[in-house]
Design a protein around this ligand. Sequence first.
Ligand code: ADP
Ligand code: MG
Length: 234
Amino acid sequence: MTPVIETRALGKVYAAGTPAEVVALRDVDMRIDGGELVSIMGPSGSGKSTLMNLVGCLDTPTSGQYLCGGVDVASLDAEARARLRLETIGFVFQGFNLLSRMSALENVAMPMGYAGVPRPERLQRAREALDSVGLGDRAAHRPSELSGGQQQRVAIARALVNRPALLLADEPTGALDSRTGEEILGLFKRLQASGQTVVLITHDPGVAEHCDRVLEMHDGALHEQPSRHAEATP
Ligand code: ADP
Ligand code: MG
């Protein structure tokens, strides 16, 4: 089976060759298969967001290779890369990033505008996505009329609306109290149970505990933690 994403010796150096040079990623080999719930854990500054930006086709590596659904992203021009991003990856951020003047439904429908989906289908799919995160009854509310946890669920519905192969979340519970954070993690687990591939980026070991696999970043290098299932076997 083709992995959803695969990196080979992926590297990123910021401000290369200047006194401000930062080696943010070192030879990262990572493979995520369909249906996995994986966390990428590491302290602040370890390179998590850099890796997310590369995996999300928001930035380009300085060395190594990135295959997204088997496609070598470096072989694409900017337009093809943007299309791949839109069709393959749904982003969730710590700060929700919702548009305050729009209703929940309009926020969720928005990415489909760029994908050229006709309006009636857009609204229908946005309703379904809101239903899938348990917010069908809040469609007409604006973000300011929703709790933090509800706003994050709207953002997750928006990330899902183009039916991406990968849901990529950077500190999705970072702005939430611990109980609401648990609810959001429960939602990610339900999405995985329905077949969605999910990558959670976090500095919180409590979040990583919910995942099948934990990848740890330290100083730009990525290491797989021993599987808990393997440990349980005598
Ligand atoms: P994390 O998300 O784990 O906190 P980042 O990927 O944001 O880590 O940062 C990794 C390293 O790269 C840090 O040393 C950070 O200061 C540096 N860095 C991140 N973005 C940039 C940038 N645009 N320019 C220069 N250095 C950067
Ligand atoms: Mg970060």
